[in-house]
Design a protein around this ligand. Structure first.
Ligand code: AVJ
Length: 328
């Protein structure tokens, strides 16, 4: 089986499973096909979606300090590098030669990120078309192997920094995010580091407009997942029969996105042999985006076996970059 058939069959299985749950759901990872990724890039340019700019400012402002905490750094691993611009901003804070390992399930995203980094001449780029978990395992093995070879030659084994930026952690519910942080800690060696970018709780009106913008780009990003089902699985969703809804769930500290059926309707998904009857106003839950407190992030990292080295916060657009080191 080629990787794309593997991906397709799990998309099909997930759509079948999650659309039949109550409330109906679709895993947010499927928002990012070619059009969805382009729409997400457009969201990052919107004045109301401030995550990307806040994080980029923090990286540009503090990059030298970040590297000063990481003597002997040789490898950077980024989970979900997007277009590569944030990593390029970060590595402008050092002149040391580094190997950047980029992990993403999308070959297109990897190619674009590698291209963005091609003008950073001190950076060697290696791409891994893989899930975060399997990418982390592969890279840990590669780094250990080359460190062993290196250690015999020079006696040095460089350190590794894992990056998880853009508040991508926000799509993971608490058990899943704990599992991912544990997994990251498990592949790291003592003294290796982790840099986490996470969006902070802020006034509700700022959250609502970031996820339901006046230009309708967030709506397009959200409803595109139905279009993807039509295209890839022979669905017949009528996109005019759905509207975008974003809501703040204060009890769970997360933004939630839904595609809401505006009328009673019947939907068929050919490739799954699936028929759905949707009620008027019935929501399909398409994403959760958790928002954090600065202290909560430190606690989560601590629970995974990290100690926080430094935390930088953008007060204008509440967002935190937290640098942590694997405890011994
Ligand atoms: C890419 C998951 C960080 O949750 O803010 C943007 C995705 N969803 N607008 C986020 C998203 C709606 C984004 N992440």
């Amino acid at each position: 089986m080629t990787p794309s058939t593997i991906a397709r069959s799990s998309f099909a299985d997930d759509v079948r499973h999650y659309l039949q749950l109550r409330p109906r759901q679709l895993p947010s990872q499927y928002l990012y096909d070619t059009l969805g990724s382009a729409l997400f890039d457009a969201i990052c340019e919107l004045p109301w979606y401030r995550i990307t700019r806040a994080e980029s400012r923090l990286l540009a402002r503090h990059r030298e300090q970040i590297f000063s905490h990481l003597p002997g750094l040789m490898n950077i691993v980024e989970l979900g590098p997007g277009d590569g611009r944030k990593l390029r901003t970060l590595v402008e804070g050092t002149t040391e030669p580094l190997t950047a390992h980029l992990v993403d399930v999308s070959a297109g995203a990897l190619a674009r990120a590698a291209h963005t980094l091609s003008d950073a001449l001190h950076i060697d780029v290696v791409t891994h078309e893989a899930s975060f978990e399997s990418g982390l395992d592969t890279i840990a093995r590669e780094i250990r192997r080359s460190a062993a070879a290196d250690a015999t030659a020079t006696g040095s084994a460089g350190r590794t920094l894992v990056l998880f930026l853009g508040s991508n952690i926000g799509n993971f519910d608490p058990p899943a995010s704990a599992a991912l942080l544990d997994r990251i800690a498990a592949v790291l060696q003592r003294g290796d580091a982790f840099l986490l970018g996470a969006d902070l709780v802020k006034p509700e009106r700022d959250l609502l407009i970031a996820y339901d913008d006046p230009l309708g780009v967030s709506a397009a990003f959200n409803l595109n997942v139905l279009l993807r089902i039509n295209r890839e699985l022979g669905g017949n969703f009528d996109l005019r029969g759905f509207r975008h809804r974003a809501a703040w769930n204060a009890a769970l500290s997360r933004m939630e996105m839904f595609a809401v059926s505006t009328r009673r309707q019947h939907v068929r998904i050919e490739a799954l042999g699936l028929q759905l009857d949707l009620e008027e106003r019935e929501p399909i839950w398409t994403e959760s985006s958790y928002k954090y407190t600065a202290e909560g992030l430190i606690d989560q990292l601590e629970n995974a076996g990290f100690e926080t080295v430094a935390q930088w916060i953008d007060r204008e657009d509440p967002f935190a970059l937290t640098l942590a080191r694997k405890r011994t």
